[in-house]
Design a binder for this molecule. Structure first.
Ligand SMILES: Cc1ncc(COP(=O)(O)O)c(C=O)c1O
Length: 364
């Protein structure tokens, strides 16, 4: 059998996630490793979410509510928006896929800052779209450069705020300038996967702009601050008209029943959310202090992870840390061949990371 695969599909480099702990144990026999590679919650899931899942287990023979009604209503109340403006997804990854599938045709241009979250480019290309790559300036998204890249074929712009992997933000002023300067038929997709961790008051919050009046989609996830990455649940906020289109192309049961009840419970667990945010901020302050003491170059961040300049091959440092049981992310695939990205863990994990990094860098 000889399948004909379009070039735009065959040329996509598969997304490489952070190395799972089980995989490391299988490959190297290293147990008791720590994973600081996927910007997950260092605490675990919310206990309220676990209880909600336990109660829902006996209904697993039923299909989920395909509309996710209870979760949608809960989110709409919390965000003071119309429930019709919310589309749930199997992680926010799913919403990126649904959006591009619904709106991007072969040859359409989509502006993708780089480096940023790799799934934007993958999803655009999987529809035959053209990613117009706009390089970051000083590790931050430059709105003027984005505006300069707009052509009549541009259909969509991705903004990751804060940006993965740099932790930089788009300010409210720059975001408003972008919206005011763009043609109204270009959709701005603002990915706020890490917004809960932001401390800088200048950061844009896209939900402050009415998506009924502006061509904006906000992406949010339960995978990071809410600690539910394994369940796969996220959502998009947009105009009701656009949501209606996305509902036509999404899978009918794209969020599972356990994820729905867990997300509802997690939204009520304010104590857990605050504990997570406090732990991330304390961990970041510890990283800043320790990396400065050790003379290791690093960059300020508004997310739950940070970039560190290891001044040598990031892949080599990644491997050496791996053999010490510390999983981070080499940024080579993100065009930073000498940077690693590490997310905040529990205090003991943070200490182990700093000690391991110092010993790897001192010995090289
Ligand atoms: C910026 C950004 N957006 C989206 C995602 C995907 O999140 P989800 O788990 O909701 O699919 C990630 C995951 O790392 C991310 O970093």
């Amino acid at each position: 059998m000889k399948l004909s695969i379009p070039d735009y599909i065959a040329s996509i480099a598969p997304y490489k996630p952070g190395k799972p702990l089980d995989e490391l144990a299988r490959e190297t026999g290293i147990t008791h490793a720590i994973k600081l590679a996927s910007n997950e919650n260092p605490i675990g899931p919310s206990p309220a979410a676990i209880t909600a899942i336990q109660h829902a287990l006996t209904d697993l023979h039923r299909y989920p509510d395909g509309s996710g009604h209870a979760l949608v209503v809960k989110l709409a109340n919390k965000l003071s928006i119309d429930p019709g403006q919310i589309v749930l997804g199997n992680g926010s990854d799913d919403i990126i896929g649904i959006l591009t599938r619904a709106l991007i045709r072969p040859g359409d241009e989509v502006i993708v800052p780089s480096p940023s979250f790799l799934m934007y480019d993958i999803m655009v290309r999987s529809c035959g779209g053209v990613s117009v790559v706009v390089p970051l300036k000083d590790r931050a998204i430059c709105i003027d450069d984005i505006l300069a890249a707009v052509t009549p074929r541009c259909k969509m712009i991705f903004l990751c705020n804060p940006n993965n992997p740099t932790g930089s933000i788009v300010s409210k002023t720059h975001f408003e300038k972008l919206l005011a300067s763009l043609p109204r038929d270009i959709l701005v997709v603002v990915d706020e996967a890490y917004i809960e961790f932001v401390r800088d008051p200048a950061c844009a919050r896209s939900l402050a702009c009415d998506a009924e009046k502006n061509p904006i989609v906000t992406l949010r996830t339960f995978s990071k601050a809410y600690g539910l990455a394994g369940l796969r649940i996220g959502y998009g906020v947009m105009s009701k008209d656009l949501a209606d289109i996305l509902h036509r192309v999404r899978q009918p049961f794209n969020t599972n029943s356990l994820a729905q009840v867990a997300a509802i419970a997690a939204l009520d667990d304010d104590r857990f959310l605050q504990k997570t945010i406090d732990m991330v901020h304390e961990g970041l302050d510890y990283f800043y202090a320790e990396l400065t003491r050790a003379g290791i170059a690093h960059f300020p961040t508004q997310a739950n992870f940070m970039l560190i300049n290891v001044g040598q091959s990031a892949d080599a440092v990644f491997e050496k840390l791996l053999h010490k049981g510390v999983i981070v992310r080499s940024m080579r695939a993100y065009s930073y061949p000498e940077y690693i990205r590490v997310n905040v863990g529990q205090p003991r994990e943070n200490q182990r990371f700093i000690q391991s990094l110092e010993s790897v860098l001192l010995r090289s």
